[in-house]
Ligand binder design. Structure first.
Ligand SMILES: [Cu+2]
Length: 198
């Protein structure tokens, strides 16, 4: 079981969506900010959203997306009917171990694309206590909770497709795996057992 107060260690990259080796700095792969023409949809533009599919017995998974706010906003959380608990998570190296931990919020500066992505120094939406398996082709309704610069709370409904764990944003670690991540194996995540460290 997951506990909100316990730091989780991501072994076998199953939970946190570590995929391949993603050492690139934020600036390096930041895509140009697209002209946010359609403002009507919501306070924040959501691109490339996906949730990692689960394997049998897996109770938590990650959600990833690019967020571009049209005004200064702070992502303060999210909710979804498919998970008992939802948190914003950040990945960080602790020695040679990749860990993820909850963060209270994530700033979304106006006009800048903030990527929630697998891998080192990335953030993700953490879905815990899943009430059902999530499989490729499913679609999950999420409600993003946002705070405006003047303290108002906004919510935004989005639909996020579920994709299999081997689907990555970064190049898969076929050639250059291992060394940079403390030797963790990057096998296809939907084949790996789930490990939970403490
Ligand atoms: Cu997480």
């Amino acid at each position: 079981m997951f506990s909100t107060s316990v730091r989780l260690v991501c072994i076998a990259s199953l939970l946190c969506g570590l995929s391949g080796v993603s050492l690139t700095a934020h600036a390096a792969d930041k895509s140009p900010v697209k002209a946010a023409a359609q403002a009507a949809a919501g306070a924040v533009k959501v691109d490339n959203a996906w949730i990692r599919a689960t394997v049998k017995g897996q109770s938590g998974t990650g959600g990833f997306m690019s967020l571009t706010a049209s005004q200064p906003l702070t992502l303060v959380g999210f909710s979804t009917a498919v998970a008992a608990e939802s948190e914003l998570h950040e990945m960080a190296m602790d020695g040679n171990v990749m860990r993820m931990h909850a963060v209270p919020s994530l700033p979304l500066p106006a006009g800048q694309t903030v990527e929630l992505r697998p891998g080192m120094d990335g953030h993700h939406l953490m879905l815990m206590g899943l009430k059902q398996p999530l499989k490729e082709g499913d679609e999950v309704a999420l409600t993003l909770k946002l705070r405006t610069a003047d303290g108002k709370t906004l919510t935004q409904e989005i639909k996020v497709p579920v994709k299999s764990g081997s689907m990555t944003m970064a190049p898969a670690g076929s050639g250059a795996s291992g060394a940079q991540t403390g030797g963790m194996k990057h096998n296809h995540m939907h084949h790996g057992p789930m490990h939970e460290a403490h």
